[in-house]
Design a protein around this ligand. Structure first.
Ligand code: AMP
Length: 283
């Protein structure tokens, strides 16, 4: 696997590959890689000749300097995992490569997509995400971009951004990879105590139940059942919402959207755990 630390080196590699009409996939990450991240790379290889994974802990999407500092950076083991899975190239830039002094990042009208759910709890977060993804796309010029359903709102916002850019980049949503007990894999999971780790199973349990209920109940009933579950287990929920999976608007009936998604963030041991499930999707 090639490892590039500069924009120039990565671009030289990509230009050479493109001349040979190679199709390029990009998988942006912040490292501390787990099987969820690796599934994006595997998915990318289904469509692409080569896959570039980036590892960059983006400062502009962190509200809290301490969170940014504490973000895990196990780079040696990340490289090992990427090599093992056969990733073509790793882009491992430092902050000055991604954000040189003279860089002017465009701003996008996110039409309020960035204000609900995670956006309401993390002001400025999605502006930072959009900034870094736009920059990485500009640097790598991939044919396809792979992002996880795990960060549902992030996916919807990047889709919106690509639409505004009239971009031909194909955005692929990759399903959530879960632990055996259902907990969505996340680099935050290691911060859970043993008791917290057990409690955290309840999040996916709640979502799986909601999906089952969605087969025969109205949306309002599904919501009531979930709220009862939250109360019964005393989950510390930042939000539990059922939304139109494209516009992210809260809906009150299944027939109001082609994709209906339940999104939640639950605090366990003070760790914010995000999860979601697609309740219904009409093809
Ligand atoms: P991060 O390093 O947390 O910024 O995540 C990088 C990418 O991996 C994002 O597109 C995430 O949505 C995706 N991702 C994170 N966790 C999972 C998971 N459990 N399953 C699938 N994709 C994931």
């Amino acid at each position: 696997m090639y490892i590039f630390k500069t924009v120039q080196d990565l671009q030289h590699y990509i230009r050479t590959q493109k001349k040979q009409t190679k199709k390029i996939g990009l998988v942006p990450t912040m490292g501390a890689l787990h099987l969820g991240h690796l599934s994006l790379i595997q998915r990318a290889f289904q469509d692409c000749d080569l896959v570039v994974c980036s590892i960059f802990v983006n400062p502009t999407q962190f509200g809290d300097a301490e969170d940014l500092e504490k973000y895990p950076r196990p780079i040696e083991s990340d490289i090992e995992k990427l090599e093992k899975i056969g990733c073509s190239a790793l882009f491992l830039p430092d902050v000055t490569e991604v954000y040189p002094k003279d860089l002017i990042s465009p701003t996008f009208d996110l039409s309020g997509l960035d204000k609900t759910m995670e956006g309401a709890h993390r002001p400025g977060h999605f502006a930072g995400v959009v900034e870094v993804v736009h920059r990485l796309l500009d640097i790598a010029q991939p044919d396809c971009l792979y992002m996880g359903q795990k960060d549902y709102q992030q996916f919807a916002i990047i889709k919106h951004m690509l639409g505004l850019m009239n971009s031909s980049i194909q955005l692929v949503r990759v399903p959530i990879v879960r632990e055996e007990d259902g907990l969505a894999m996340s680099s935050r999971n290691v911060r859970l105590s043993p008791e917290g780790r057990i409690k955290a199973q309840l999040i996916s349990q709640m979502l799986f139940e909601a999906k089952k209920h969605a087969i025969h109940m109205s949306l309002e009933e599904v919501k009531q059942q979930a709220l009862a579950f939250i109360n019964q287990h005393q989950l510390e929920v930042d939000y539990f919402t059922i939304i139109d999976g494209d516009s992210l608007e809260i809906i009150d009936s299944f027939d109001k959207a082609t994709i209906v998604t339940a999104c939640t963030t639950v605090r366990v041991d003070g760790v914010r755990l995000l999860d979601n499930i697609i309740l219904r999707e009409s093809i």
